[in-house]
Structures are given as C-alpha cells and as structure tokens.
Design a protein around this ligand. Structure first.
Ligand code: ADP
Ligand code: ZN
Ligand code: ZN
Length: 833
C-alpha cells in the first residue's frame, strides 16, 4: 500500500493553455461546475483544495476542486476568485469515496460534501463571521486590520456583508487567513463555533538571560510586593533554572498560587520580566503514558475467535463476528486495533449513533493513549480538530472512534475498520441525502485502502449473515459469554386478557412482582417501551375527535410533563387543549402508553424507587445522556424506562431484570424487516440482564405468545430466525435476494402529486415491468404539508443496479421537465431501511 498519497501535483499546462477546474459545490447539483483558473493561481490550485467561486449573480462558495484540466467546456466559464488552502483539505481517497457514494446512493457530489465536512470547513456568502472571544494582537497587514476593524463594531457579519463593507469581492482568503490565526470564527450555525482551546503560559522574558538579569528583574519589583511575589513564585516553581529554555507555567496556576491579579502580571510583562505565550490545547484526549493499562488476557474462546478472524483476514477483506451479548467482542476488537496501530496504520471504530458512550471511550482510552472521537453531539470545533489532526499526521497510526459520518474523515493509511453492532439501522442515513449505509460504505472505503473490516454483532443483519454463510465474508461465532455467565432466562407473559380490560394495567402481575423483588435485592431493572411521550394520542370521549398535526396526517403525541401535544414527524407542538376543539366536551382521554406514562405509573407503584427515563426527550444533549448512563452505572437509578436507546451496547453489572412491555407493536410493524428487527431489539435488550456473576431474567409481555419470532427469542435461536426470514425473503424477493430502491415523490398539492405519480408509474412499468411496486400511499401520507407517494423497485441480484439507476434518473428528469410537475420533489433511497 502506498502510504504517501501525493495528490498535490498541480496541473500546469503549456504557457497560454487555459486551465480549468471542475469543482464540487455544497449544493444539490446533478453535476460538477467548471471554472477557469487565472494565470496567477495556476501553480497553486490542485485537486482537494478549496477555492472561492461565484454562483449566480451574488453568491460565493468555498468549493472543493475535483479535477484540474485543460478541456474547454462548451459554455463560458467564470474564473475562480481565489484559493483558500495551500494544501489539499480533501485527499484522493476521500474524493474517490465521495464519487462512489454519489453514484451508488443517487445524489450529487455536493450533497456528499455537505455531509462530509465539518461546518467550520465550509464557507459561503451567507456564512457568518465574528471575532473570536479571545484573540491576540498579532501582526496584521492592512487588509486584515481593516476586516478586524469592521467586525469590531458588530457581533457578526455575513461574508457577503463584509464584501460590501470592504468593497472587495474577494474576502474569502482574508477570512481564511484570519481563521487560521484564530482571530475570527465562522459558522453556519452560531452554536457550532470552532474555537481552538488555548491556554496562556508564562515564562521569563527573553531579555532575562542569566542570574544577573534575574537579579536586575528582581530589583525592578522591589517597590511592588505583589510583582515580587509573582516572580519569586515563578522562580521557585522553575527550579532548577534553565535560562536557555525557561520553564513555562500556566498563567492560571501562577495567579492562583500567588493570588495576584491580571494587572500585576501585565505590569511584569511590560517591565520585560515575563513573557506570555499561547499554547493550543488539544481536544483530542491525550492521556499520559503512565495511565495506560494492560489489556486483559483473552479467554480461550475469545482467543480462538481472534485467531479465526486473523485467519480469515489472510484471504478475505471482511469478517463477521457473531458473538452473543457480553461474549467480550470489544476485547477482541481491541486486540485487532492494537495490532493495526503497531503496524503504523489508522483504525476506524464505527458505532451506531447512540451507543457512543463514555463507557467505551474510557475503556479504549485506558488502553490506547489517544483516541479521536467524532460524534454529532460533540462540538464542531472538536470535529474540525479530529479532521485536521488526521490530515496533518497522515502517516501516523491513529484510532478514530466515531459514528457514521466519521467515514468521511481524511484517512490516508487505513488498516482496519470495526463496525460494531453492524445490524443497527441507525447506520443508514435517512435524511437528507446522501442516504448512505455506513457499514456498506465502510467496506467500499476499506477496500480502497486495502484495509480489513470486522463486522460485529450479537444479532447480525440478515444481509451480513447471508454474506458470511455464502463465504463472501469470513464467519466467526462466539456463543459463550465472558466468564461463562449464562444467557438470561426469557419468559413470555401473555397479557391478552389484561389488554382487553378497560383501564387494564400496562404491567402484568408477574412483572410487578419481579420488579418488586429486584428492588428489594437492590438490583436494577430496565423496562423497554418503544414509544416515547406519555401517550401516542388523545381522544375526546364524547365525539371521538383526535388532535392531529396541522402539517402531517398523523395524530399528536401527548407529553405530560410539558403538557403539550407534539408531532413526532415534524416537531409541531401545541399546548394540550382544556376542551375538545371539535365539540367542546371536556373529557379528553389519553390513549395507549409511551415511556413517560410508564415512568409515571411505575413511580406511583414503587414510590421509594428512583425511576428515570431514557428516550429522545430526555437525552437532547450529550451531557443529559451521559448523566443518565452514569447515574444508572452508579446505581443512583433503580428502574430505567426507555426506548430503543436502552438496547444499545450498554454494559451494566447490576441489572437482573429486563421487561419488554409491548412486543406486539414491534412484531406487527408493516415492514419486511419487522421480524428481524423485533428479534434483534428483544435479544439486545435481553442482553442487558445479568451480565456479571448471575443469570438475568427477561419478561416479554405480548398478546401473541406463540409468535414465531418470540419463540426464537425465547431460545436465543438466531439461526432458526435467520432461516425463516431467508425463506420469506426468497419467496417475496426481498434483500438479500434483491436490491431495493425506494422512490418517494412529494408535493404540496395532492392532485398534482397523483398525476405526477401516474406518469411515473407508466414510465417505470414500461422500463421495469413487474419489478415496480406502487404507487403506494403511506400510512402517514402527509408530512410537513407535503403529500407523499412511494414506489419500490426490486432489482434481481443478477441485474445491474448501475443501469437501473441511470434509467430511474432519466425517467424522473423527464417528469420534472413537465411544467406542472416542476415542484415535485423526488427522493431516491437505495437499500432503504
Ligand atoms: P460484548 O461487546 O460482546 O457484549 P464486552 O466486550 O462488553 O462484550 O464484554 C463483556 C464484559 O466482560 C465486559 O465487562 C468486559 O470488560 C468483560 N470481559 C470481556 N473479555 C474479558 C477478558 N478477556 N478479561 C476480562 N474481562 C473481560
Ligand atoms: Zn369532542
Ligand atoms: Zn407534523
């Protein structure tokens, strides 16, 4: 593998030959735009760099150069305005990956760019610029000083406004310069500012070169006792003094020690006793070497699995580790990571969004010194830092832990990708484009780097397992929990009688009894309900009116604590009406139950227990999420009620009971993956029970106790589940026996949409015949004021999807050409989840 990727070769044509660049703009454009390169920039510009270009009459964007060439396009080109980088910001591997994502997932390169770069690396005329909170008086040239002056009077200005005020069309490079000097900050969203963290260090002034100078300095402070104290404190900390490279102390620490004020310190600086230096503090978590701990020795079963994986890697790029919950997969990953790092390689450890817990970060940090963490709940600043760090240290071994978007980091030397919980559907991006699957994209990316991929799961996706069974991937199975802890004992609880009763409880007597017993033994309980809010809908007892979202055809969910009705599709929120808005009746009944109601009722039944809830509503921020996790870990919470979130990779020691409150709404979900998903969800929640030392209990409440999937859960029988799902999918031609492309059409006007769908239906059927399903009106047929119609295409494994995609693009391009349908929105979703 070539470690030194050299893409900075600039294209310099013969003298007088025009030079062009194709650029990627952060917009949903079907193709790249070409600009000409003015002579003075020809030696500078190369692929992967950002250049400022004008689009339309006013807007300016930072675009990424995709290719430099001399092929005159058939239209007149604008020149690029300036170059923003001196080195490429995006490497060759990334550009190739963007191109693949754009082609495979049917979206524009610009849409991939938008997903791929952290906000602070994207700039456009609307980007707002402001002065950093703590910038330093460095040397500025006239134009820089000008820009700073303009900004000083305003909290922030857009780049466009800056251009006007400075009478210059070309402020991007200037802004870029000041960004690098960290004098200004830019952002699309103000909460996401890139602020590198600095600490101020104090050291001796360069004029203080020896004992003599030091004594002279001391003399200067003889009439200022605080200054003297400061200097003496410094000297005592700096002992033994080395004048050639004087000791640097944190300003904060020095001031704390001496109780001196800033003014005193400033005086010493003016007297040329001290000097102040700025030191950038890394947000990457560098821990001292001495904190490192040894990895535990693998058990025999783990060691065997590890050896098998290594064995597969000699002739296969991808291996699947199917290991039951708590079998110690993470320890195996860590061995592989260690080896890859030792070979000087980069490693990417992918996790589904929510599982990226402090727990795992801490576990990794104890073993590997530095871990770059890339996560949407981290600030943009932290993300930029991880990005730049990889770019700058292209040849260094490095471990990156991240969610799906970390695929787009500037890897140059990747050796291993771990995709943990590979079955998770959060690996698939839903909205906006690119609608990519991180696991599949990771495999494509790794292949480019010649890197190995390990997929890991206790409940592999049907697709991955079938790839493993067929021999395309290596298959390694681990059925023993670490420490030989038994898998939890699952019991199915028939609640059909209870459900039929009016005001029947959500909790079966058995569940309540066992919760009570667990609490008595000071053990913890997790209850799973896959609906958040208090109750899914509200109904008037008198006339049957159900409050609906104004913008979507869906009923509003009642949230009790905020006393609001909320649309879970668009966020539309109203306060709970006091009377029925249809008949004026005052009996509004809450129907069904969500996590909030479960939490409240439990609290009534177990008044002495600490009940907490973990769902989207209680975990809006990273700190809120981490607080719940650590409270639960520290046993400050007795019962945790939650949605899907509680199923994901959490590792708690003291959970003896897990309750699944309503298995039926999972099992009867109208989707071909419902069986697989229910199995995965239930097995994963069940896996939270009894992890160390003792066997856990799992109670599953249902009205269909004989349901096939429940039987598989009962016996932890993944293989039978797999076999039955494969049969179904073979019969009905679903993945992995076919590839799916979902096409969604949206429009504000229902009739227009219907007509457009009819035309689409005709063309699709002419081209794809019976492989088209639809047009289908979804259950929720209007979201955010737009009506929705879906088509699904099933493309046989033997057929080329590339060709199908081109045909689909053509069909819809033609439809959007018809005047009446210009405003129809068409969304393609390849491999929909
Ligand atoms: P999985 O990811 O398969 O669910 P984990 O890797 O989280 O399982 O392991 C479960 C528990 O067992 C963790 O607490 C982990 O620290 C412990 N464990 C796993 N392997 C070992 C080992 N070889 N030595 C000591 N502890 C281990
Ligand atoms: Zn009513
Ligand atoms: Zn809505």
């Amino acid at each position: 593998m070539n470690n030194n990727i050299n893409i900075s070769t600039t294209f310099t044509g013969e003298k007088g030959t025009p030079v062009f660049v194709d650029v990627i703009l952060p917009l949903a454009l079907p193709r790249l735009l070409t600009y000409s390169v003015p002579t003075e920039l020809q030696s500078v510009v190369c692929a992967g760099m950002r250049v400022a270009v004008q689009v339309g009459r006013r807007k300016i964007y930072a675009a990424i150069v995709h290719r430099v060439h001399s092929e005159t396009p058939p239209y007149s080109t604008k020149p690029i305005i300036s170059a923003l980088d001196s080195e490429p910001l995006v490497n060759e591997h990334q550009l190739a990956l963007w191109a693949w994502v754009s082609q495979y997932y049917m979206c524009g390169m610009g849409e991939v760019m938008k997903a791929a770069l952290p906000a602070a690396l994207k700039m456009e005329s609307e980007t707002r610029v402001s002065l950093s909170a703590d910038w330093d008086n460095l040397e500025f040239d006239d134009s820089e000083a000008n820009l700073i002056r303009v900004l000083e009077s305003k909290p922030s200005l857009s780049i466009e406004e800056l251009s006007e005020l400075l009478h210059s069309k070309n402020v991007f490079p200037l802004v870029q310069q000041l960004l690098t000097k960290q004098v200004v900050q830019v952002d699309e969203q103000l909460q996401n500012r890139y602020k590198p963290r600095f600490e101020t260090l104090i050291t001796l002034h360069p004029d203080v070169k020896n004992e003599e100078d030091l004594n002279a300095a001391l003399a200067l402070t003889s009439r200022a006792p605080m200054q003297e104290k400061l200097l003496m404190a410094y000297v005592s900390m700096a002992m033994p003094l080395d004048f050639s490279s004087p000791f640097q102390v944190q300003k904060k620490l020095l001031l704390e020690k001496t109780q001196a004020t800033d003014v005193v310190l400033k005086a010493c600086i003016t007297k040329k006793i001290f000097e102040q230096v700025q030191h950038e503090v890394s947000r990457l978590n560098d821990e001292g070497e001495d904190d490192l701990v040894q990895m535990p020795t693998l058990s025999t079963a783990q060691q065997a699995a590890f050896d098998e994986i290594k064995n597969h890697f000699t002739n296969k790029q991808v291996a699947l580790l199917h290991g039951v919950t708590s079998s110690g997969k993470t320890e195996i990953y860590m061995r592989l990571i260690e080896e890859a790092l030792a070979q000087g390689k980069q490693v990417l450890y992918l996790l589904p969004e929510i599982a990226l817990t402090a727990q795992l970060i801490n576990r990794l940090k104890k073993v590997f010194r530095s871990v770059g963490v890339y996560h949407s709940k981290f600030s943009d600043a932290q993300r930029v830092e991880v990005y730049q760090n990889l770019l700058k240290n292209a040849d260094e071994p490095m471990l990156i832990l991240g969610v799906r978007s970390s695929l787009f980091l500037p890897f140059s030397n990747l050796g291993l990708v771990i995709v943990d919980e590979e079955h998770e559907n959060t690996y698939k991006q839903q909205d906006p484009a690119p609608r990519y699957h991180a696991r599949d994209t990771a495999i494509v990316m790794a292949a480019r780097h010649g890197a190995k991929v390990l997929l890991g799961s206790a409940t592999p996706s049907i697709e991955s397992y079938s790839n493993a069974v067929s021999g395309k991937y290596g298959l390694v199975e681990l059925f023993e929990r670490y420490g030989k802890v038994e898998l939890p004992e699952v019991q199915i609880v028939n609640v059909s009688f209870q459900r039929k009763q009016k005001n029947g409880s959500h909790f079966s007597p058995l569940l309540l009894k066992e919760v009570g017993e667990a609490l008595e033994k000071k053990e913890q309980v997790i209850l799973f309900q896959n609906r958040r809010g208090f109750s899914p809908y509200v109904e008037c007892k008198e006339c049957g009116w159900i409050p609906q979202c104004e913008h979507c055809n869906v009923s509003l969910t009642y949230h009790k604590r905020t006393h609001q009705l909320v649309c879970h599709y668009c966020g539309y929120t109203i306060s709970m009406p006091h009377a029925c808005l249809a008949c004026g009746g005052s009996h509004l009944e809450t129907k069904g139950f969500g996590t909030e109601k479960v939490e409240e009722e439990l609290q009534l039944i177990f008044p002495n227990a600490t009940v907490e809830r973990m769902d989207l509503d209680t975990t809006r921020t990273r700190s809120a999420y981490e607080r719940i996790i650590s409270d639960f870990e520290n046993r400050n919470i007795d019962i945790l009620v939650g949605t899907q979130m509680v199923t994901k990779g959490l590792d708690f020691d003291n959970v003896s009971l897990v309750g699944i409150l309503n298995a039926d709404n999972m099992l009867s979900f109208p989707d071909f993956r419902a069986g697989e998903r229910s199995y995965q969800l239930m097995s994963q929640v069940a896996g939270r029970a009894g992890r160390r030392g003792k066997r856990g209990r799992v109670l599953v409440q249902t009205i269909q106790p004989r349901h096939e999937i429940l039987q598989y859960v009962l016996h932890s029988d993944y293989k039978s589940m797999y076999a039955s799902q494969m049969n179904e999918r073979r019969d009905f031609l679903y993945p992995p026996f076919a590839r799916l492309i979902k096409i969604t059409m949206k429009h504000r006007d229902e009739q227009t949409l219907f007509r457009a769908a009819q035309v689409a239906n005709q063309s699709l059927r002419n081209t794809f015949a019976q492989r088209v399903l639809g047009p289908e009106i979804p259950l929720i047929n209007r979201v955010q004021n737009r009506y929705i119609i879906n088509f699904m295409l099933k493309i046989g494994r033997e057929k080329s999807t590339d060709k199908a995609k081109l045909l689909i693009k053509d069909i819809f391009a033609q439809i959007l050409h018809i005047a009446e349908f210009k405003q129809v929105e068409v969304i393609a979703d390849v491999d929909p989840m």
